[in-house]
Ligand binder design. Structure first.
Ligand code: NAP
Length: 314
């Protein structure tokens, strides 16, 4: 028996995917939402979200995503755990393949987000996850009570991670490869003026120490101006150097740039070269990368999909 053809499949359950789910659900398109390894997306690993409009006191990232999910469910969105392995967009119906099955659909909204980047220095991979190297202070910060830790990066994420870690750690070294932060002024000021945070300027990680012990025992740094090596005696290393777009399984079927981000059609943020296929959120946006802009793109993609389906006799 052949699989039924879905009307719209949304891949991803971050801000973009869930907003698209709310809009397509409310338009009676009965969307199927595929969720991957991090249901709720990057905001579920964030602490307080202070800049999402409508929440003057701020809102916990997990609660925000949970609310969006409940709203989507209210309008009939169906959720399924699935990891897309490959796609075939050469003809209708469009095909999405997981390890277990093939999903047929008339339209797709890809909102797969982006994943944290790592530095690639020796020891990082070996000590990643539970052994002292991590990309999520919200998830792992509490394990570093009264310990010294290092955060690598100079953007808003690095400052946010460093500030969050001050709740637990004795001392937080913020290691940045230049002598000024990329982060917004408010975040940079909070981080640089915090008594528990020590800035380590002009420095890049060279090696995470502790592989033979099975746990981080230090971070070897190189000063990019003097060339000198030094070692920070830390038990935790938090990497916050940006993200990689999760576009791999779709990259051969759609246009992507050198960094892997989807390139939308001229004049649109969400249309792709394949009719009926739309992109939204961090997988297609290397400029703004905000929860609210991802939600906006999810809304645009949903409305475009709805119009396209109406024009092509859904
Ligand atoms: P980002 O702004 O791209 O910053 C990445 C940082 O990592 C930069 O300081 C960069 O250095 C450094 N870096 C990159 N590759 C490196 C390497 N191989 N070794 C050492 N350092 C490296 O990324 P982000 O901080 O994740 O922020 C992404 C977006 O989310 C931004 O638009 C940000 O404003 C937003 N965001 C907002 C909030 C908030 O408002 N609360 C919180 C988190 C994120 P250079 O500066 O030298 O390039």
């Amino acid at each position: 028996m052949s699989s039924p053809v879905e009307t719209v499949v949304i891949v991803g359950t971050g801000c973009a995917g869930l907003t698209a789910a709310i809009y397509t659900g409310r338009a009676n398109l009965n969307p199927l939402i595929l969720e991957g390894s991090l249901p709720g997306g990057q905001l579920t690993t964030t602490s307080e979200v202070e800049n999402f409009p409508g929440f003057p006191e701020g809102i916990d990232g997990f609660h925000l995503m949970d609310s969006l999910r409940k709203q989507a469910t209210k309008f009939g969105a169906r959720f399924e755990q699935a990891q897309i392995a490959s796609v075939d967009f050469s003809s209708q119906p469009l095909k999405l393949r997981t390890a277990e099955r093939e999903i047929l659909t008339k339209s797709v909204i890809i909102a797969t987000g982006a994943s944290p980047r790592l530095t690639g220095v020796p020891g990082e991979k070996e000590l990643y996850g539970g052994k002292g190297v991590t990309t999520c202070a919200t998830c792992d910060g509490a394990f570093y009570r009264k310990m010294d830790v290092a955060v690598i990066g100079g953007g808003d994420s690095a400052c946010e991670e460093a500030l969050f870690l001050t709740r637990f750690a004795s001392k937080v070294y913020l290691v940045h490869r230049r002598d000024s932060l990329r982060a917004s002024r408010i975040m940079a000021e909070r981080a640089t003026s915090h008594p528990k945070i020590e800035m380590v300027w002009d420095s890049v990680p060279a090696e995470v120490l502790g592989v033979s012990d099975g746990a981080v025992s230090g971070l070897r740094l190189k000063n990019v101006k003097t060339g000198k090596d030094s070692v920070l005696p830390v038990k935790g290393v938090f990497v916050a150097i940006g993200h990689l777009p999760n576009t791999g399984p779709f990259a051969s079927a759609l246009d992507v740039d050198e960094a892997g981000y989807f390139i939308p059609q001229p004049g649109s943020q969400v249309k792709t070269k394949v009719p009926g296929v739309y992109v939204a959120g961090d997988c297609a946006d290397h400029i703004f990368r905000q929860a609210i802009t991802a939600a906006g793109m999810g809304c645009q993609a949903a409305i475009e999909a709805e119009r396209w389906l109406a024009e092509h006799g859904r």
